[in-house]
Design a binder for this molecule. Structure first.
Ligand code: MN
Ligand code: MN
Length: 479
């Protein structure tokens, strides 16, 4: 038979094996894995000699056009998903944030409309935020019974996962609300994705920074010179506030039986608490980390422009980064996402004199796969199969994407031809986010996606985007 596309002479890397093979594609799906050099008949042939042929990567944590007090994140669904594609990511899972009074399904419909220009396939997590404001402070609001009931509608509409926050005024759930929402997650057989920090402790420390800066920064040397210092972000979100919240989140998951993914773990002591739970047999709580916690440290926050690197949870010291690589390689951490949350320099400058006004987030949707290859595989911390497991296979399993994340007959033909011989400087000018800065400026990675195929269609050719806006499809996820 004649195939639509043949990827020839490459080295196929999956979570289980590394072997030379040709990959034949027909009708948007992988049709066959053939012996290398098969010379099979195909309408189009891409030679992948000296390249890895891997499943399209999955990034299940990013924020495109997210509403915040500092305005929208600067990447919309077109620029964000195009940057994803150029970095080898062929599926993204973003979020739906309902407004108070708006039903979850109405919010989903509005978000789907916004997502139409996407160039890669996408899913959506449904956020569960407080929707009742009981008083003038608006600080500790509540989740209504109506919201809890609406979770089943969202689930039936293809949101197989629910996002919850244990920090951030406005988004933070009380322990009671977390428990109620997790009970529903357990009932549905869905997945809870949780931002885990102790919001009350953090809020108190942030207020204290305004009244007793010397005390809040007593461990910092040299002392901070004012509220504009970026390191205050880390000092007011200490490791203890993350570790405690991880233990509390896991307790709630165990009490309710809810499956839980703890988002963006970069704090060693907090992640070791997850490891301890796993060691005593808890097999339904998992951990995600992100490249920023494996490549950067809190020294970025000590720069003059340290506010750019303010993300939550914060970047940690080198010792945490070293420990996190071990927790990645020993599988305490299950998967790596970007938490791409792009705010430009103007938005970040809102907090130039007060770190509390800086919108939190760093970019990374385009750089994730190559950073983990460069700093993980090339540095000998993980192997090629680990790389594919962390960035492709486990995200597909965790987030109910059975057609994605592996190379096998019948799977969607989402494939990346990754050239380990390509060098790429990670400056803003070399990347495709709408952002005016890069968190990795000055770093050059060895290894970059050369060609990217999504459902059989070549959308990146020789490092250039050649796909069409709007070709991405919404994936209704069901566990
Ligand atoms: Mn978060
Ligand atoms: Mn996030």
């Amino acid at each position: 038979m004649a195939y639509d596309l043949l990827i020839s002479n490459g080295t196929v890397v999956t979570a289980d094996a590394v072997y030379p093979a040709d990959v034949a594609i027909a009708a948007g799906a992988i049709a066959a894995i053939l012996p290398s050099g098969s010379r099979a008949d195909a309408a189009q042939i891409r030679d992948a000699a000296d390249c890895y042929v891997i499943p399209g990567a999955i990034d299940a944590h990013l924020h495109q056009s997210m509403r915040t007090a500092a305005g929208l994140t600067v990447d919309d669904w077109q620029t964000g998903s195009t940057a994803a594609a150029l970095g080898g990511t062929t599926t993204v899972v973003d979020f739906v944030d309902a407004l108070p009074g708006q039903s979850l399904t109405d919010a989903l419909a509005a978000r789907l409309e916004q997502a139409r220009p996407a160039v890669v396939d996408y899913g959506l997590h449904m956020s569960i935020q407080p929707d009742i404001d009981p008083g003038p402070t608006g600080y500790m609001r509540r989740v209504s019974e109506t919201r809890i009931r609406q979770m089943r509608d969202a689930f039936d509409s293809g949101c197989a996962s629910f996002k919850m926050y244990m920090a951030y005024a406005g988004n933070q759930l009380s322990d009671a609300d977390l428990f109620r929402a997790l009970r529903e997650v357990a009932d549905l057989g869905a997945l809870a994705c949780v931002h885990v920090e102790n919001g009350d402790v953090i809020e108190t420390l942030r207020q204290l920074a305004g009244t007793d800066l010397a005390w809040v920064s007593r461990k910092e040397n040299p002392p901070v010179n004012g509220l504009g210092a970026g390191i205050l972000h880390a000092l007011t979100r200490p490791p203890e506030s993350e570790r405690e919240a991880v233990i509390r989140a896991m307790t709630a998951a165990e009490l309710t039986g809810a499956r839980m993914l703890i988002f963006h773990m970069g704090c060693a002591s907090a992640t070791e608490a997850l490891g301890a739970a796993r060691a005593r047999g808890v097999d339904f709580i998992w951990g995600e980390t992100c490249p920023q916690y494996l490549v950067l440290t809190d020294d970025c926050l000590r720069r003059e422009d340290g506010r750019l690197w303010m993300c939550s949870p914060p970047l940690r010291p080198q010792a945490d980064q070293d420990a996190m690589w071990k927790l990645v390689s020993n599988r305490t951490i299950d998967l790596i996402s970007s938490d791409h949350c792009p705010f430009n320099q103007t938005q970040k400058a809102l907090g130039i004199n007060d770190f509390r006004k800086v919108p939190n987030g760093v970019p990374g949707v385009e750089t994730r796969l190559s950073l983990i290859h460069h700093f993980g595989v090339r540095r000998g911390r993980i192997d090629l199969q680990d790389w594919v497991r962390l960035c492709c296979a486990r995200p597909a399993e965790m987030h109910a994407l059975p057609m994605k994340g592996h190379i096998a007959p019948g799977a969607d033909a989402d494939v990346v031809i990754f050239d380990p011989g390509l060098s790429k400087p990670l400056s803003a000018g070399e990347l495709h986010s709408a952002l005016d800065w890069s968190a990795y400026d000055g770093i050059t990675v060895d290894g970059w996606p050369r060609d990217v195929i999504s459902r059989g269609e070549l959308i990146v050719r020789d490092g250039r985007f050649v796909g069409q806006p709007g070709r991405g499809r919404f994936i209704r996820r069901s566990p």
